[in-house]
Design a binder for this molecule. Structure first.
Ligand code: HEM
Length: 554
């Protein structure tokens, strides 16, 4: 046999045991034919009609099979209550290690550096930072994105549609940069300026326009190279081979060097400002880095520690900052793009959303970002929840068993990689075999008893789980019901999404501003496909809009 010994009793593809690359070839073919990777894991569970299967993927482990779990209740139990047995997978460290080896995303939760970094960066999740800094920064970006689309639609006289994934990506990157670093990255500005120049439209016809390329600030291409490397390493047959290739060709080294120079300069400026003020005053509340430096300063002066090698060392800070820039823009860009697609294809939902926003903000001007953040907006929250449910932006979490443990009645050895399919058959294929209670972990059973609730998705009987219907998240009294459908789009527990609060506030502000400034008419079939490609997230391949400016509120 060419792959590790299977775990007894857990289904697997028999042929894969006799193939040098195990299941990787079929996964590769699936990816080549469909652009998907994440859904392949769900398909294997459906094929074996089991929520627990094993696959052989040498790039995840050459010594253990990879166990795939697609059962939401058990996944939630593992990520929230079994952190002593299961932690972040080594593969994540290999993948992210290529661009940010000291970033927490790849570290085990018990690592000292993980704890130190998190202690510093947790400041960005404080209610004060979210309301005073993050909301303001994303508000500025949302308005600028709307200005860009207004200009674009004026140029095409509101008669042609255009793709927006790229605009979304640069807007979310501008936003997360501003929130973290405080300065302008200038990507939306560059696009706005390009529209002032001749030949703003490269080509048009068939109901759509393609705008000319823009020369972007240097950091954009540096980050683009790092993301390309990360994408290849994550999806490639052998992460080590790609790491070697990118290292020997110098592609990675050049981008990494420039990235270090840029980010370390930002760190140095923030540190200098805090030191000049002896760290005592809340001087730099305009960005995360300022907050982190202030916290670092006070921790270090209390403990009289040197600030050079720990979490506050520049290398560690640079990697963590890069991690947040990467995880904090592509995820939200994909999710907001999916939301726009769903809303464009469901005019009745779009108009109900707009009406609810007008009711909440009856004045003729646009509400401020803070108003959008602090006002109860049930239907907007429902649209966001429904988008997250259906878009499957980050449908998989990677873990690894630290010790031998039981999963759904099977003994899984220590060191086994786990692929947790949060957005898989357990909530969109109700015909998966029922899991008897006795097979579940003790903590899962106890929680179930305590909650006394049905934890599987409960959709109204008349409504298909595949339909985009935000109303399923609205209670009879009109309030938002966050638990209407059991789902984990951000995973959960100590290693769930660090940026969940930021993502939700960003989606709220962006969608409210865009919906109050534009109508997005339904487009012809060729412009509304639902194809997707998987990279760091599941991204739509076709996301056209044809924004029509709404008069008085613009
Ligand atoms: C709609 C947008 C987003 C979605 C759907 C999403 C989803 C996820 C998921 C599924 C994970 C894996 C969790 C696990 O392994 O259990 C994750 C991790 C993470 N996310 Fe997000 N995310 C989003 C936005 C953001 C934003 C805006 C940030 C940063 C500001 C961020 C930062 C992170 C970080 C740092 C991790 C690693 C956490 C750790 O290792 O402890 N995410 N995210």
């Amino acid at each position: 046999h060419l792959v590790p010994k299977p775990i007894s009793g857990i289904p697997y593809n028999t042929l894969a045991r006799y193939m040098p690359w195990g299941d990787l070839i079929t996964l590769g073919i699936h990816n080549w034919l469909t652009g998907g990777v994440f859904d392949w894991f769900s398909l294997q569970c459906l094929k074996h009609r089991s929520p627990l299967i094993q696959v052989f993927i040498p790039s995840f482990s050459t010594t253990h099979p990879t166990v795939v779990l697609a059962e939401l209740r058990e996944i939630e139990d593992i990520v929230t209550r079994r952190a002593v047995e299961v932690d972040r997978a080594d593969t994540m460290h290999i993948w992210f290690g290529i661009v940010a080896p000291r970033a927490t995303i790849g570290m085990k939760s018990e690592d000292r550096s993980f704890k130190e970094q998190r202690r510093l960066w947790n400041v960005v999740l404080s209610p004060r930072f979210l309301e005073d800094v993050a909301v303001e920064r994303f508000g500025e970006v949302a308005v600028k994105l709307a200005d860009l689309w207004k200009k674009k639609s004026n140029i095409v006289q509101e008669e042609l549609a255009f793709q927006v994934q790229d605009d979304m990506r640069i807007a979310t990157l501008d936003g997360i940069w501003k929130m973290n670093v405080g300065s302008e990255l200038g990507l939306l500005n560059a696009k706005l300026e390009r529209l002032e120049q001749p030949k703003a439209v490269r080509k048009s016809g068939n109901g759509k326009a393609v705008f000319s390329n823009t020369v972007m600030p240097e950091f954009y291409s540096i980050l683009g190279t790092l993301l390309m490397v990360l994408d290849w390493v994550m999806q490639g047959i052998s992460p080590r081979m790609y790491t070697w290739f990118f290292n020997t060709t110098g592609i990675l080294a050049r981008a990494a060097k420039r990235k270090d120079e840029v980010l370390k300069r930002c760190i140095a400026i923030s540190r200098e400002r805090v030191h000049q003020n002896s760290g005592s005053e809340p001087i730099d509340t305009t960005c995360a880095l300022g907050e982190v430096m202030r916290k670092d300063f006070s921790l270090n002066s209390k403990a009289s520690e040197a600030a050079s090698n720990g979490a506050s060392g520049d290398d560690a800070l640079t990697d963590e900052l890069l991690e947040l820039l990467i995880t904090g823009h592509e995820t939200t860009a994909s999710s907001i793009s999916w939301a726009l697609k769903f809303l464009t294809d469901h005019p009745e939902v779009q108009s109900r959303l707009r009406t609810s926003l007008y009711a909440a903000f009856p004045n003729s001007t646009l509400p401020t970002a803070k108003d959008i953040y602090t006002t109860p907006l049930s239907y907007l929250d429902a649209v966001i929840a429904e988008t997250l449910r259906l878009s499957l932006t980050g449908p998989i979490s990677f873990r690894q068993t630290l010790v031998q443990c039981d999963i759904l009645g099977h003994t899984v050895p220590a060191g086994t990689p786990l692929v947790l399919v949060t957005a898989g058959p357990s909530y969109d294929s109700p015909d998966m075999p029922f899991v008897p209670e006795y097979l579940r972990s003790k903590t899962s059973q106890a929680t179930y008893l305590r909650k006394h609730t049905q934890t599987y998705p409960i959709a109204p009987a008349t409504d298909s789980l595949h339909a985009f219907n935000p109303a399923r998240w609205i209670r009879e009294d009109g309030t938002f019901a966050p638990d209407a459908v059991h789902m984990l789009p951000f995973s959960a527990g100590p290693r769930g999404c660090f940026g969940k609060k930021i993502a939700l506030l960003e989606m709220r502000i962006m969608l409210a501003v865009l919906m109050m400034r534009f109508e997005f008419p339904r487009l012809r079939k060729g412009l509304s496909g639902y194809g997707a490609v998987d990279g760091l997230t599941r991204r739509p391949t076709c996301c056209y809009v044809q924004p029509k400016t709404i008069g008085t509120r613009a």
